[in-house]
Design a protein around this ligand. Structure first.
Ligand SMILES: *Cc1c(COP(=O)(O)O)cnc(C)c1O
Length: 350
């Protein structure tokens, strides 16, 4: 039972299903989703599509497969998608869209706030000319590295793309973190904000296995016709699952019970960031959601490998060597965060 004594801040993917989630999984009615007859999968797909305001949704095993199905449904061989240099569906998915779909990425540098400047998007859209790939799609990510894309920017970028005939895809692996942060700023409701963000796009991918705390699973949302294409690609990618309702029930439970509580993770990230502020050589990025990045400078940077080793001994897990990353989630509490802060402070003062 190491997870009871370990403060695991590596990622919000490390959560264990709660007892209530396990009970929901155990009670889920099951069928065979390749025949389209798993009632729990169908219920989840209806639930997430309705929540985000789409005609249809597709349950997939991973966010990577969800993005792949999306890009290959929007784009064909010789088409291209405009995407950020740091976007998951460009940088962190093995080049899948190029490998499996012959779809060329057109990566752009991010501005400091994570956005892709509108002028750069505009300049990257190719004219209809035999020299160029056909620009078909703009792919954005929200949150990106834990940052909330300003909603006005999301509206402007997607409006620009649409005015130029492009489709728009949102990698919303952490859409609900974005929605909770946006709702806090606007004094409104997280579910309404999730829908407002999603409605700027033709397709949206969300992960249940990150902050929402399900063990496995993502969903891709879009029009009925788009989801029919994605369904075919999911099959080719080997993502047709059988009694998948067991997993869909966990995701459904997460949507019912784990959305609003993301605010707790955001508060813990703030608590961690405040606890680490002021350590010599620590440049703490103020977190907007559940991810805290720390740049190390000078003597702290020189001791970063030793720090990571020490934290490992103390059963405090984080990632990064020069830029530390701490992610809060369902299985971390204030006591765990305080223990991490004490250990890090102790390392530098001891
Ligand atoms: C984690 C993540 C994915 C991929 O999800 P997997 O389920 O790990 O394949 C895609 N996009 C973003 C932004 C992510 O954070």
């Amino acid at each position: 039972m190491t997870h009871e004594t370990t403060v695991d801040l590596r990622s919000d993917t490390v959560t264990q299903p709660t007892p209530a989630m396990r009970a929901a999984m155990a009670a889920a009615p099951l069928g065979d989703d390749v025949f389209g007859t798993d009632p729990s999968v169908n219920a989840l797909q209806d639930k997430i599509a309705t929540m985000l305001g789409f005609e249809a949704a597709l349950f997939v095993p991973t966010g990577t497969q969800s993005n792949l199905c999306a890009i290959l449904s929007h784009c064909g061989r010789g088409d291209e998608y405009i995407v950020g240099q740091m976007a998951h569906c460009y940088r962190w998915e093995g080049g899948g869209a190029a490998v499996f779909g012959s779809v060329q990425p057109q990566p752009l540098d991010h501005a400091a706030d994570g956005t892709l400047p509108l002028a750069q998007i505009e300049a990257a859209i190719k004219p209809d000319d035999a020299h160029f790939a056909r620009t078909k799609l703009l792919a954005l990510e929200n949150t990106l590295g834990g940052r909330l894309l300003p909603f006005g920017y999301v509206q402007a970028a997607t409006a620009l793309a649409k005015s130029r005939g492009l489709q728009c895809h949102l990698d919303g692996a952490r859409l609900f973190n974005a929605a909770v942060a946006q709702a806090a700023g606007a004094g409104s409701d997280a579910r309404a904000e999730a829908r407002r963000i999603a409605q700027c796009f033709d397709s949206v991918s969300v992960c249940f296995s990150k902050g929402l705390g399900a063990p496995i699973g993502s969903a891709l949302c879009g029009s009925r016709e788009f989801i029919a294409r994605a369904h075919r690609i999911r099959k080719m990618a080997g993502g047709g699952m059988r009694q998948a309702g067991l997993l869909a029930a966990a995701a459904s439970h997460a949507l019912d019970h784990h959305v609003e509580r993301l605010a707790d993770d955001h508060a813990l990230a703030q608590r961690l960031a405040s606890g680490l502020a002021g350590i010599d050589g620590f440049v703490v990025e103020p977190p907007q959601t559940n991810i805290v990045f720390v740049d190390l400078e000078g003597a702290a940077k020189a001791r970063s490998a030793a720090l990571m080793a020490y934290l490992g001994e103390q059963r405090i897990l984080a990632t990064g060597l020069y830029k530390l990353r701490f992610v809060t989630h369902l299985d971390v509490d204030a006591a765990g965060v305080d223990r991490a802060v004490r250990a890090i402070r102790g390392f530098f003062q001891g």
